[in-house]
Design a binder for this molecule. Structure first.
Ligand code: NAG
Ligand code: NAG
Ligand code: NAG
Length: 432
């Protein structure tokens, strides 16, 4: 664990030392993660309060939370660890004076920035320390002030929850320092959060109107960067480049990073194309865009008024059920597996038997790489859980990591637009 911290500190240092280049906030991928397609889908359904319309091992508990039913009839929690491990992308941030480093998930699907803290129970703090996880120790920061009377609480996919009080402190993301950032300090975490080891908090990158601090909602780090002129108002943006473990053999080694305030032109140049932009509708607080057609092996279906939410904190892509059925109908041996609650296909499928699926970002066509049509193997079955699943009763699509791994993405809040350029990936590793 010490070694891990050492490497990350060095990454930050190296990045900060490279003057005149764009600062890349490195994204850490969790090694040896044990992904579970069904649980990722249930997490997504809960995050967006979606009811599935196809049969699956789903069941609602008395508080309305969707859970995975076990074969025996008992229901299993979808732990925060399952999802956070699947998403498995965390980034280093620095909080307080002197700076304390934490590993958090950058989540464009929420607007709260909260961290593990010294306000948690002594047992929880001890557990975190014993496994080498960091937490924000208020007593060790000389720069924080209490936002007295402010509270927050978040409820996640499994009905697990986190809540606490709020302070203002210095937050450093990449080379950008934010003064008085509202940091939501956890003082209670439900069990499933306590046992997860994937991250030490969340940094919300949706629009501030979704912020859940009471009584007065607080600004997100991106909004504060702009308000404090940490980044120019005409560059009120962040970018996201998510690699995959399937791409470590590629020229970019499956590298992943976020940038703030600047677009990484080296990445754009490598694609040989320009970034295409489409307007964002943030009425609901999300990065929501038009997505009015889909093409499967050249067969185009027009979807009038259809929209999609782009979410860096979600693993899968979900679309209208009948379109998902059309996609998998093109793969020999693919089927809807009611036990898994999702579409699966044979792991042995060669790339030339996989469909070319094009999703619309405004008028721009983005191809979902064949390797990302497969999310993760379904244990002991020879099948792969699909990276695209049904959206149930949702009126919009969700574009999570299955989509983001195929592009370089620009979240431009200043100009209220979303930009994408398809990344080049010549090698497709379907079985994972
Ligand atoms: C902030 O509030 C916490 C919890 O109520 C308290 O322990 C701490 O002393 C306060 N810190 C300051 C700087 O007022
Ligand atoms: C933006 O979204 C809201 C709510 O989802 C909708 O009522 C409104 O018509 C949308 N605006 C545009 C320009 O599409
Ligand atoms: C093309 O898409 C439509 C709409 O989803 C579907 O009904 C039709 O079967 C598809 N045609 C082919 C040749 O796949």
């Amino acid at each position: 664990m010490l070694l891990r911290k050492f490497i990350l500190v060095n990454l930050l240092f190296v990045a900060a030392g490279a003057l005149h280049t764009v600062i890349r906030v490195p994204v850490r991928r969790k090694a040896n993660y044990d992904a579970d397609g069904t649980k990722s889908l249930i997490w997504l359904y809960n995050k967006y309060k979606i009811t599935p319309t196809r049969p699956g091992p789903f069941h609602r508990d008395s508080s309305g939370v969707l859970k995975k039913r076990q074969a025996a009839g008992a229901s299993a929690e979808v732990n925060a660890d399952d999802q956070l491990t699947d998403t498995f992308y965390t980034c280093p941030i620095l909080i307080g004076t002197p700076a304390q480093q934490l590993e958090v998930t950058f989540d464009s699907g929420s607007a709260d920035t909260w961290v593990w803290s010294s306000q948690l129970s002594p047992q929880t703090v001890d557990l975190a320390s014993s496994r080498g996880s960091a937490y924000y120790d208020l007593a060790k920061s000389t720069s924080y002030t209490n936002l007295t009377g402010s509270t927050w609480s978040a409820r996640y996919g499994d009905g697990s929850s986190a809540s606490g009080t709020v302070v203002a402190d210095v937050l450093k993301v990449g080379d950008i320092t934010i003064e008085n950032q509202a940091i939501e300090v956890a003082n209670t975490l439900s069990y499933s959060f306590i046992i997860q080891t994937a991250n030490e908090g969340i940094l919300g990158l949706a629009f501030s109107r979704l912020n859940k601090v009471q009584p007065v909602p607080q600004r997100t780090p991106l909004d504060n960067m702009v308000a404090q002129k940490g980044i120019p108002g005409n560059q009120a943006l962040f970018t996201c480049y998510l690699g995959s473990y399937k791409d470590v053999g590629d020229p970019d080694q499956g590298m992943s990073f976020f940038t703030f305030g600047q677009i990484d032109q080296d990445v754009v140049k490598a694609t040989g194309k320009q970034i295409s932009y489409t307007p964002v509708n943030n009425t609901k607080g999300f990065w929501q865009i038009d997505s009015e057609f889909i093409t499967v092996n050249g067969n185009k279906t027009v979807l009038a008024d259809n929209t999609a939410i782009v979410d860096t904190g979600t693993t899968l892509v979900v679309l209208e059920d009948k379109l998902v059925a059309e996609i998998y109908s093109t793969i020999p041996g693919a089927r809807y597996d009611a036990q898994e609650g999702g579409w699966v296909f044979p792991a042995s499928t060669p790339a030339d038997k996989m469909p070319t699926v094009v999703l619309a970002v405004g008028q721009t066509e983005i191809i979902i790489e064949k390797e990302h049509l497969g999310f993760t193997p379904v244990k002991k079955t020879g099948m792969i859980y699909g990276g695209i699943q049904g959206r149930g009763n949702s009126k919009y699509n969700i574009f999570g990591d299955t989509f983001l791994k195929c592009v370089y993405a620009v979240f431009d809040a200043g100009n209220m637009r979303f930009g994408v350029v398809q990344r080049i990936d010549k090698t497709q590793n379907i079985a994972g």
